[in-house]
Design a protein around this ligand. Structure first.
Ligand code: GLU
Length: 551
C-alpha cells in the first residue's frame, strides 16, 4: 500500500505540514520548571464543581511555578453544545477567581498558541491525521453502525473484548482500489488509529505501559489495542485525538483531568508515541464524593446533587473566597494545618503540591464548606461584605436591592458581634445572610416565633412597661436593670436559677420576659444582643415595633 498516496487521496486540501505547525507553535520560552496547564471544559451549559476543582489545580501549578494557564474550549461533541455556554464557563470561573493567562476570552483569543476553540482547529487535526495515514499508522474505516453492532454481538456471544481491534478491524486490510471505490461511491468513513497493541496474547506476554502520574504515582496498565477513532465521519476529532494534538502544540506540560479519563490513558500514550511526541505529565484528580444520608460515600451526581453545579454557589451567594478556601482543604491534605499556623496569610502563599492530593476520592461536604465560610467571612470587612451582597442581590434578587440604600445602616448590621474576642459567626452565604438580618428591614420583618408560654399572658403588660421606661440612651447595664425590674414587678424571677429552684413561686424568669421583647423587636427567639440591635434599629423603629403589641 502506498500510504502517501492514500493520505493525499483522503486529505488533498491539507497543504500545511506538521513541520509548519511545529514552527508556528514553538517551545515556550519559560524558565526551567515553569508549568503550562490548561482547562478544557466542554460547553454543555453545565459547569460543575469538578471543573472548578481541576481549574484550581491547574491555576496553582502554573502560577506557583511562573508558568502559564490557558482556557481551551473543547466543543468537538456538537451534540452537547449549548448556545451561550462558553460565556457561562468564562464568567463562572472568573467569579471564583480563576485567572487565565491566555486562551478563549469573551473578547476573543489571547495568546499565540491558538486558536483555543477546538471546532476552529479542524485543519490542524486533519494535518496530523494525514501524517499518521502517510506513515501507515492510521487508516480510513468504512464500517457502518450496523456492522459495528454485529461485531459487538459476535464479541459478546464469544466473550471477547468489545471494540474494533485486531481481526475485527477489517478496514485495515482494504486495498487502495477498494478504498477508491468506496470513496467514489460516497461512503462515509472515519479515521482510525492502527494500534500495535495486542491484548489477545497470554496474560504474561501482554505489554504494559507505565506512566508516572503526578497525583497517583506510577501507573501500570495493559497497552492499548483498540483502533480508536481519531477523526469522525464529519472530520471532527474525538477527544482522544484533539487532546493529544492540542496539548502537544499548545506546549502543555501538565494535564490535570478527572479520573474518568484513566481508562483511556493507554490510547493517549499510543497516540503520543505514534506521533513521535513526548506525553505531558498527567495529573488524574480524584472523583468528588459525598456522604449520603446512610453515611455511604458516593460520587456526586448531576441529577441528585444540586451542589455539583457551580451555579448553586452563585445562586446561594457563597463568597468566592470561601469556596476557594474550602476547595483547597479538599485538594491538599496539609492545607488545614497550614491555615491554623497562618491564619491571616494570603491563600496564594500556601504551597500547593500534587503529591498531597487524595487519590481515593475527595469528600465534598456542604457543612464543612459552611463552617469554612463562616471563618472566611469573618475576615472580610463590612464594607466589602456590603459590596459583595449588593452585587449578589442585583444579579439574583433584584427585588432586594433597596436593602442597600443605606450603606451605613447595613454595614453596622453586618458587623454585629464581629469585634469581640469570641466573635459571632453568623454569616455563611448571601441568601442565608439576608434571611438572618431581614428583621432590620420593615418590609421583610415578620413575627416568626411564638412568645414563650411562661409569659404569653403578659405580652401586653411586659411591653407596656418596657415602652414606658424605655430610654434609648441607657447603656447596656441600665437597660438590663430595667428589664429585671419589669420581671420582678410582674411576678417573674430576676434570675433564671431562682426560678429553677422554686418554680412554683414565679410565672417564669427574666429570660422569658426578655424573649417577649426580642420577639416583638426581631420576630425571633434567637438573635444577637437586643440592646445592640436596638441601637442599630434606632429609637423610632424600636418604639414602633414594641408599640404594635400594646393593646
Ligand atoms: N473536555 C474534557 C471534559 O470536559 C476535558 C478533559 C481534559 O481536561 O482533558 O471532560
Amino acid at each position: 500500500m502506498d500510504y502517501h498516496k492514500l493520505a493525499e487521496l483522503l486529505f488533498p486540501h491539507i497543504t500545511k505540514t506538521p513541520d509548519d505547525y511545529e514552527a508556528a507553535y514553538p517551545a515556550r520560552n519559560l524558565a526551567d520548571g515553569a508549568k503550562v496547564t490548561r482547562l478544557g471544559p466542554s460547553p454543555t451549559g453545565f459547569i460543575h464543581l469538578g471543573n472548578l476543582y481541576g481549574a484550581f489545580v491547574d491555576e496553582r501549578l502554573a502560577h506557583q511555578s511562573g508558568g502559564k494557564f490557558y482556557l481551551r474550549i473543547e466543543d468537538t461533541d456538537d451534540k452537547r453544545f449549548v448556545e451561550g455556554a462558553v460565556e457561562i464557563i468564562i464568567k463562572s470561573l472568573e467569579f471564583f477567581g480563576i485567572r487565565f493567562d491566555e486562551g478563549a476570552t469573551m473578547e476573543g483569543d489571547i495568546g499565540s498558541y491558538g486558536d483555543y476553540t477546538q471546532s476552529h482547529r479542524g485543519e490542524i487535526y486533519q494535518c496530523f491525521a494525514k501524517k499518521l495515514i502517510s506513515e501507515g499508522k492510521a487508516y480510513p474505516c468504512f464500517l457502518t453502525e450496523e456492522e459495528i453492532g454485529e461485531i459487538r454481538n459476535k464479541q459478546e456471544a464469544s466473550k471477547q473484548n468489545p471494540g474494533i481491534y485486531g481481526k475485527w478491524a477489517v478496514s485495515r486490510n482494504l486495498t487502495m482500489e477498494e478504498i477508491e471505490e468506496k470513496l467514489a461511491a460516497g461512503m462515509p468513513y472515519v479515521i482510525r488509529l492502527k494500534s500495535d497493541g495486542d491484548l489477545s496474547l497470554p496474560e504474561d506476554q501482554i505489554r504494559r505501559i507505565t506512566v508516572e502520574d503526578a497525583i497517583r504515582g506510577q501507573l501500570t496498565m495493559p497497552e492499548n489495542d483498540q483502533d480508536t477513532v481519531i477523526l469522525k465521519a464529519t472530520g471532527i476529532p474525538t477527544y482522544h485525538f484533539a487532546h493529544v494534538v492540542d496539548d502537544h502544540l499548545m506546549r502543555t506540560t501538565h494535564v490535570v483531568r478527572g479520573a474518568e479519563w484513566l481508562p483511556s490513558l493507554p490510547i493517549h500514550i499510543e497516540l503520543f508515541e505514534k506521533l513521535g511526541w513526548q506525553p505531558p505529565i498527567y495529573c488524574h484528580t480524584a472523583q468528588l464524593m459525598k456522604l449520603d444520608e446512610e453515611g455511604n460515600k458516593r460520587k456526586l451526581s448531576k441529577r441528585k446533587d444540586p451542589e455539583l453545579s457551580l451555579d448553586y454557589y452563585r445562586n446561594q451567594g457563597y463568597h468566592p473566597a470561601a469556596v476557594r478556601e474550602y476547595l483547597l482543604t479538599i485538594l491538599n491534605s496539609n492545607f488545614e494545618e497550614w491555615r491554623i499556623a497562618n491564619p491571616d496569610a494570603d491563600i496564594d502563599d500556601f504551597t500547593f503540591t500534587t503529591e498531597k492530593m487524595s487519590t481515593s476520592g475527595a469528600l465534598f461536604d456542604l457543612n464543612k464548606l459552611n463552617d469554612i465560610s463562616k471563618d472566611v467571612l469573618l475576615k472580610i470587612c463590612a464594607s466589602d461584605l456590603f459590596d459583595f451582597l449588593k452585587g449578589w442581590a442585583m444579579e439574583f434578587k433584584p427585588e432586594l436591592v433597596h436593602l442597600f440604600d443605606d450603606r451605613a445602616y447595613l454595614e453596622k448590621i453586618l458587623d454585629i458581634g464581629r469585634g469581640e474576642a469570641k466573635p459571632r459567626k453568623d454569616h455563611i452565604y448571601a441568601q442565608q445572610m439576608i434571611e438572618n438580618i431581614s428583621y432590620f428591614f420593615d418590609d421583610l420583618f415578620q413575627i416568626e416565633d411564638e412568645f414563650p408560654g411562661e409569659a404569653s399572658a403578659d405580652v401586653s403588660a411586659i411591653l407596656t412597661a418596657y415602652l414606658s421606661g424605655y430610654d434609648h440612651n441607657d447603656d447596656q447595664s441600665a437597660w438590663f436593670d430595667k428589664i429585671r425590674q419589669i420581671a420582678t414587678d410582674l411576678g417573674y424571677a430576676a434570675k433564671p436559677k431562682d426560678f429553677k429552684k422554686n418554680p412554683d413561686q414565679y410565672k417564669g424568669h427574666v429570660g422569658h420576659v426578655s424573649t417577649v421583647i426580642r420577639i416583638a423587636l426581631m420576630g425571633r427567639q434567637q438573635s444577637p444582643d437586643v440592646w445592640e440591635i436596638q441601637q442599630i434599629l434606632g429609637e423610632e423603629r424600636t418604639r414602633e415595633r414594641i408599640g404594635r403589641f400594646i393593646a
